[in-house]
Design a protein around this ligand. Sequence first.
Ligand code: SF4
Length: 213
Amino acid sequence: MNGRAREWLREIPCRVGEIAIDRGDAGRWILTHRDDRARAELHPHDGAEAAVELARYDDAGNFRPLKTAPNLRHGWRLVLADEQEVERALDFFYPARLATWRSWRAGELRTTPLRETLERQSGMYRVTAKITETQANELVANFCRSDGGCLRTILWRRDATGTLPSTLLPAEKFDPQHDQTGRGEAALPLLCQEACNLLVAASREVVKSTPAL
Ligand code: SF4
C-alpha cells in the first residue's frame, strides 16, 4: 500500500457492510461481495460509476430502496484505479456512510432522537408523532434489525432522555465495533445517526393502521 492510503483502508481486506476491498495489481483495488471473495467466476466491472447499477437491484432483480439493507447482489468484481475511486464507489454503494463514519470518529457527529425526527415531520407524515412507545419499540426492532432489515449501527435514541431505540434489538445493534453482517470480522461500521425516511414512512403505516379509540 502506498503512503497515501486512506486511514480506513489500513486493514486488508477492508470490509464495509457487505463489501470486501482488496488490493489488485498495479495499484488497483478490487471490490467484491464479501460472500464472493473466494469465487473465481465473477462478472467484471470497472470504474466507480458501475457501483450505481450494482447497488440498484438485489439478486432477484428487485429494486433496493434501502442501500444498507443486507441484500447486496452477488456475482460481480469491481476494479478501481485508486483510493479516490474506491471512496466514490463506496459512496454509490452506501451513500454518505464514509463521511458519517469520519465525522463520528472526529467526535463531531450529531445524532437525532426518533421522537425529534417524527415531531418535525409535516404534511402526510405529521401523524407519525402519534406512534406509541410500544409501537415504536416493535417497529424499530422489525424494521432496523440487521438480519433482514438494515446493516447500519444505530446511534440515535428514541427520545431526548436516552431511551433505547428498541429493547427488542440486541446490544450489538448499537455497537460500532460489531460486524452487523454477523460474520464476526473487523468491518467499518455503517452508522445511522437519525431515523431514515423509510422508517418514518413505516411509522406512518403503523399509526394509520391503529384503530381509533
Ligand atoms: S433508521 Fe437507520 S438503522 Fe433503521 S432502517 Fe433506517 S437507516 Fe437502517
